[in-house]
Design a protein around this ligand. Sequence first.
Ligand SMILES: NC(=O)c1ccc[n+]([C@@H]2O[C@H](COP(=O)([O-])OP(=O)(O)OC[C@H]3O[C@@H](n4cnc5c(N)ncnc54)[C@H](O)[C@@H]3O)[C@@H](O)[C@H]2O)c1
Length: 468
Amino acid sequence: MMDVAPSSPGKFKMDKPHHHHFHHHPSTARLLLLRWHHYFPLSKFAIWAFFAIALFAVLFLLSPRAPSDAADSGSPSSSILGGGGGGEHRRSLRTASWGGPDWEKRVRSSARIRRQPGGLSVLVTGAAGFVGTHVSAALKKRGDGVLGLDCFNDYYDPSLKRARQALLKRAGVFVVEGDVNDALLLRKLFDVVLFTHVMHLAAQAGVRYAMINPASYVHSNVAGLVSLLEAAKSADPQPAIVWASSSSVYGLNSKVPFSESDRTDRPASLYAATKKAGEEIAHVYNHIYGLSITGLRFFTVYGPWGRPDMAYFFFARDILRGKPISIFEGPGHATVFRDFTYIDDIVRGCVAALNTAGKSTGRGGKKRGPAPLRVYNLGNTSPVPVADLVSILEKLLGVKAVRKVVKMPRNGDVQFTHANITLARRELGYHPTTDLRTGLKRFVRWYLQYYHPNLVKKSGSKGGSTSS
Ligand SMILES: NC(=O)c1ccc[n+]([C@@H]2O[C@H](COP(=O)([O-])OP(=O)(O)OC[C@H]3O[C@@H](n4cnc5c(N)ncnc54)[C@H](O)[C@@H]3O)[C@@H](O)[C@H]2O)c1
């Protein structure tokens, strides 16, 4: 059998097979054997190639991110906890291009301290947000270095965030466009600037939206916080961190006013749960890495440049449009109260928290001694029925509201909030001074100028009635 192999396989000429004579025709059998030997090495190769392709296909299908997805996420970006969300609400870590000498120059210049001694250099996350814009402007005004970071997501109209960014630009604050989950970007920022402090305000806010897009809360408030603390703990020197928790951590508590020592283990919304998780995460990074961390529990902040998803804001809009507004009531027609806190008071609380934050003690990712871990309520201590808020808005806008009283749906809202601010008063010198009427007057004036400049110009009465 061995001798039947052709001496020159390339020239081997195939005969037509004679199947019906196979067992009885020795020359046909020999020819078939010849062909088998000729093709055997090739078929072995084909089998291996088939397995290799199949393995590759399986690995490709099992990989968490398809290559096209990765290419789409913007470069450079990496996250310690992966991308955000899922399904139709998925938000990628899409980060506008950053880096390069010009970009670094802008970053440095924005973060440069212009008052001595004692000036701070602060990274403000969520800088294009409501509170972030006000805090950034206030710090810049007193000569601190301020660099903003914001992902400009579309939870509410991004054009309002862009307008705030433009405002900050005029004040000399550069807002970098990026996600706090972008670990490479954060590392770069901490390489370029020796931040003394971080004011971490970036978050997915809003209580009800958590039922629509729960993943965005985990992405920004849990993963984003961890990403930020990871970068801060590795920075040398480590900055002190001040970050926004929320009054919502008091959840279903009925003892009022809410004090920092009260229980916070019964959140009523996923938003509240992520803020509570943040407080526990803060404990870990303080304990292991010596980061100085201060959590501020804000109580319903309102004012100019505010958030369109908040009641005072869309009430004003809907009153002007003649649209009915829903006023919630609790079980048994109970009144819903909110401890509305004016933005300037919150800003003073934030700045005082930065001023008094003790130093972080870690170096090279290692703790060298105990560091401060603080939590404060920043509220107004005078809760107001939501119906009263509407009455004030009616007067300021000069338009009667179409009120609709409805049962408060069980979707995360609580019946009342009321801050005990004794601790903040004692340790931060925090004294809120703006009552709801005064604060709303300033809000309405801004609102009309921003959304209805023609109305303000034409109607002296409307513009006039809102100026303080
Ligand atoms: N306004 C209030 O009444 C109130 C009350 C309690 C707590 N807080 C907290 O205060 C902080 C500021 O709130 P605000 O009212 O200014 O909200 P905001 O939505 O106006 O500001 C948050 C900003 O963070 C940005 N952001 C969100 N996720 C991000 C991410 N992953 N990376 C980078 N940027 C991201 C958003 O684009 C937004 O501009 C938040 O942490 C919020 O939870 C606010």
